[in-house]
Design a protein around this ligand. Structure first.
Ligand code: ATP
Ligand code: MG
Length: 211
């Protein structure tokens, strides 16, 4: 067979890390970096959410502050990027819509959506999970307190067609969460070493999370 007509064996891979990032911390960065390394992703694009459907109850920090914090956190990694795709869309933002747009924009790439084990286990509660899983591979990074493997075993038995696209990833455990960071700031406790220093200084300068 003429080699030039052969289909490439595998497409380039693009990592997508979605999150509220209120604020971004080392748990997010470690999960993204280990996923990039383990799954040979060309780049990882961080996508801060607009108004996340599941967090409607809580007051979310304004988009521009969350965007600025992610930018500061990834500035020193040339393989990390940030996208405004969800911030610039009005109303509720569903991952499925974002993935559709990303697949259009990056048509040469196979998408890999990176989540922590907590979000991974909830995929079937998302809007239109069938289409989500048709559009992207899924990586669930270990996160203290959340078990992805029991969940994966169930998927293997009940939804073998999805199982092939869902992967668990062991990352060095960081029991860091944005909720905990916000609570610490409110109580006047230290958040040093839980997130990149420029982000900590930004939070201080803007007076975020004090009340
Ligand atoms: P919050 O406490 O406000 O929910 P969070 O720390 O969970 O914040 P999110 O912005 O909700 O951060 O998370 C974005 C993504 O990053 C999710 O898929 C989440 O599971 C993952 N993630 C967050 N923290 C960690 C961590 N410490 N280890 C691995 N994954 C994490
Ligand atoms: Mg969360």
């Amino acid at each position: 067979m003429n080699k030039t007509h052969q289909k490439p064996l595998s497409r380039k891979r693009l990592g997508i890390m979605g999150g509220t990032f209120d604020p971004i911390h080392y748990g997010h960065l470690v999960a993204a970096e280990m996923a990039r390394n383990e799954f040979a992703l060309e780049r990882v694009i961080f996508i801060p959410t607009g108004i996340p459907p599941h967090k409607r109850g809580r007051k979310i920090t304004c988009s521009e502050y969350r965007y600025a914090m992610v930018s500061l956190a990834i500035a020193d990694n040339e393989l990390f990027d940030i996208s405004r795709i969800e911030l610039d869309r009005m109303g509720l933002t569903y991952t499925v819509d974002t993935l559709r747009l990303m697949q259009e924009q990056y048509s040469d790439f196979e998408l890999y959506f990176i989540t922590g084990a907590d979000a991974f286990r909830e995929i079937f509660t998302w809007h239109n999970p069938n289409e989500v899983l048709a559009l992207t591979q899924f990586i669930g990074a270990s996160r203290p307190g959340f078990d992805a493997d029991t969940f994966l075993k169930r998927i293997q038995q009940e939804y073998p067609e999805f199982y092939a696209r869902m992967h668990s990833l062991e990352v060095p455990a960081l029991a860091i969460s944005s909720t905990d960071i916000r609570a610490r700031v409110k109580k006047g406790q230290s958040i040093r070493y839980l997130l990149p220093e420029p982000v900590r200084l930004y939070i201080k300068e803007k007076g975020l999370y004090r009340d």
